[in-house]
Design a protein around this ligand. Structure first.
Ligand code: ATP
Ligand code: MG
Ligand code: FE
Length: 333
């Protein structure tokens, strides 16, 4: 079965055609990063305008690359949330129009579920599994007993991991979004600053990154005030070590308690080389019976292919949306 999937929740306009929730026939991603970079973050109005300009072209490109006609589709899927409401609405309305014009069922997909199902495009997800979702807006540990069951067992109390990366990136002057740049710098430095590891020993699966962020910012400001030289490479390495330590520690603990078959990394920060490496090492050494899935780099960030993969489960369950479908900015799994 073939699904045309559409994703416009933030600053990527994307469309994809996915077969049986596994095979990528096409996956077109138009990033708007350049338009937002000079503002140091995503500007919602600019994002919506770009989506309007791009959406039709991107969908046509996805269909052309897949080499199929609309009559050969079985459903149209779209991200309904979470995300920017104005951005979501562009995708939702495009999906409704195509569904109506070609008499196709409409499937509303949760963006975070999509991030998790990116793994289904490169591996086979088996249950029960635990997913560590680390992205620009979310840091969550999600337990899945089956493909359509999602239980948040832990989450950040303040900043998301990606958000913390982007905020400290701004302080040391790397371009938005800072995550990728900090990651590259981190590999050339050492953990000499020893930033705090928040909530490491607490008896829950929650996270907190705002203390780490403040500690980083204070270190930078104090040094600047005293006119001291800053080693930004070591700062990046120290920040990354603190983030990966807490993420890996709590994830391993939760996976052990939940006795899962798989551990599944997901979200934009899943592209982080330090995290991929640390999690791989921890699973190899501490729970060799658990299978670790990490999406390929091109499927970590926002893309429509992952939405098509998640939508396939809903298609099989005949879980369809109607034309009252709306953008849901604060939607949870
Ligand atoms: P959400 O998925 O929570 O709605 P989003 O869609 O905006 O938010 P994603 O696109 O999933 O977020 O991820 C973007 C985030 O990933 C940004 O914060 C970015 O800095 C971060 N990121 C991307 N690559 C890396 C990397 N190599 N290391 C750390 N962070 C990274
Ligand atoms: Mg983005
Ligand atoms: Fe995302």
């Amino acid at each position: 079965k073939r699904i045309l999937a559409i994703e416009t929740s933030c600053d990527e306009t994307s469309a994809a055609v996915i077969e049986d929730g596994k095979v990528i026939l096409s996956n077109i991603v138009a990033s708007q990063i350049k338009s937002h970079q000079r503002f140091g973050g995503v500007v919602p109005e600019i994002a919506s305008r770009h989506h309007v300009e791009q959406i039709t072209l991107i969908i046509e490109e996805a269909m052309t690359e897949a080499g199929i006609e609309y009559t050969e589709l079985d459903a149209v899927a779209v991200t309904e949330g979470p995300g920017l409401v104005g951005a979501l609405l562009i995708g939702v309305n495009a999906a409704k129009a195509i569904a109506f014009a070609h008499s196709l069922p409409l499937i509303a997909v949760n963006h975070i579920k999509g991030h998790i199902f990116a793994n289904q495009l490169s591996d086979d997800m088996t249950f029960p599994l635990l997913s560590l979702v680390v992205s620009g807006g979310h840091t969550e540990l999600i337990y899945m007993s089956s493909p359509d069951s999602f239980e948040i067992i832990g989450e950040t109390r303040d900043d998301a991991a990606g958000e913390a990366y982007d905020k400290i990136g701004r302080v040391i002057g790397v371009p938005y979004p800072g995550g990728k740049h900090i990651d590259e710098m981190a590999h050339r430095g050492n953990d000499t600053y020893h930033f705090p590891r928040a909530m490491m020993t607490e008896d829950n699966y929650d996270f907190s990154f705002s203390g780490l962020k403040s500690s980083f910012i204070n270190t930078v400001h104090n040094a600047r005030q005293k006119g001291e030289e800053l080693n930004t490479i070591d700062l990046a390495a120290s920040f990354q070590a603190a983030v990966t330590d807490v993420l890996v520690d709590k994830t391993i603990r939760a996976a052990r308690e939940k006795q899962v078959q798989q551990l599944v990394l997901a979200g934009g920060v899943a592209a982080n080389k330090g995290l991929r490496q640390a999690l791989t090492e921890a699973v190899t050494n501490e729970m060799p019976d658990v299978e670790l899935l990490i999406p390929p780099l091109n499927l970590c960030g926002d893309n429509a292919a992952m939405i098509g993969a998640a939508a396939f489960v809903q298609l099989e369950n005949e879980e369809f949306a109607d034309y009252t479908l709306n953008g849901k900015p604060g939607l949870s799994v």
